[in-house]
Every structure is written in structure tokens, then in C-alpha cells.
Design a protein around this ligand. Sequence first.
Ligand code: ZN
Ligand code: FE
Length: 255
Amino acid sequence: MSLQVDQFMCRSDNFGVLIHDPQSGKTATIDAPDEGPILDALKRNGWTLDEILTTHHHGDHVEANAALKQRFDAKITGPAAEAGKIPGIDIQVADGDTITFGSQTAQIIATPGHTLGEISYFFQESGLLFAGDTLFALGCGRVFEGTPKMMWESLQKLMKLPPETTIYCGHEYTEANAAFALSVDPDNAALKNRCEGITSLRQAGKPTLPTTLDVELATNPFLRPADPAIRAHLGMQNATDSEVFTEIRARKDRF
Ligand code: ZN
Ligand code: FE
């Protein structure tokens, strides 16, 4: 049986995501950006919180850790590499580890770059990836602690997951990402088509996530440094994928 997912907005542009395993009745929150909206979502669904699965240490992802742990005695899992910065952490995990959540298991994929310890959670049986601030719809996380090369290596790990994988991310940044994507990949018909859909969703006040890996592979410029049209547009026909990715990331920082 697949996990149930409830996605909702927190703070200004963070996503809150609850996952619920109907078989065991267990519920987890992916990160803990803000206590109020998480409590509302739990109440709306009639769920109680058992676990917090942390992707990285930034305040907008761990702010409600302490409060939720106190209220529900929730168990907190997070990256060993930045455990000292994750309030209340109980279980430290690293690349290649498998965790059990109710009847489900998740693979831990180390995806450093945005922060040095950032991890993503892949629930294979449900086909769900929780990518934190590593991968966004039409974008990727800003490289704060790592290097662009490190971020590109992290994204390549996610690119190898099954193409039908459903992806949840830390932020609703898609509209701004779409404008940038068009600036480096202007002739991509799939991208242009997708951008129209994104504008309609945002005008209707709806979220643009989750997304799927196959859609990102076809339209997200940060996953497409090998694409001949993008390379030609950047004048980087003979560069490595890592160099093209680094240039795309630098342009986005200035966009
Ligand atoms: Zn972050
Ligand atoms: Fe964030």
C-alpha cells in the first residue's frame, strides 16, 4: 500500500509535507518549517505525529523540531553530517542507509551542495522522493556550503531514480525558476508548454508541486547540461557537463 501525502504551504514559500502509512497508522513530517500549519494539517487528516524526517539544518526546515518533539514525543531523523545543527535529532543517517517508517522503507541519498550534509529520502515502494532544497521544480538549491561540482554530483544521483518518481521539494519557487529556465533553454517546446501550465496554476493560487522526474529531465535546465541546445545557447559546446551546470547555476544566482 502506498503512502498518503498531504502537502501545504508554510511560512512564505516553504512546503509542509506530511506522509502517512495507512498500514501502520504512522505519520511523519518531512522537515518542520512551522508548527501551526503542521498542526492544522495533522488535525485535518486525523493523524498524530510520530516522526520528523529532516533534510538539512536550515532554520526554515527545523524551526518546529523542538516544539513538535515536545508535543508528540516525535522521533527525529536527520543527516549525521550536520547532526549538531539539527535540534532534537535522535537518529543520524548517512548515504546508503535505509530507514523504516511504518510498513515502508526509505533509502537515504546524500545530496550535498546546498548544505554539506543535506540528504534526500527515497521511498521506493511508493515511488516518492523528498528532495528538500536540493532539487526544485525547474530549479535546484542555491549552493551555500558546497561547490557547484558537488551539487551536480548530487543531482546526478537523483537523475538515476525511476523516471516516474514523484518529487516533493522544500519550496514553491517554480514561477521564478520557469522564467530563468526559459532564458537558457528558450526553444525547448516541453519547457514552454510547462511554463504556461505553471502560470495558470499560480494564477489560480495552486501549488506547482509535486513534480515527476521525467518532467524535470525534459525541462529543468539544471538536469540538462548535456543538452546540445543549451550548450549552444551558452557557447559551451566543448565543456564538461559539470562546467555547463556551474555556468547555469552562476547565471541563476545573477538572474
Ligand atoms: Zn535550505
Ligand atoms: Fe529552505
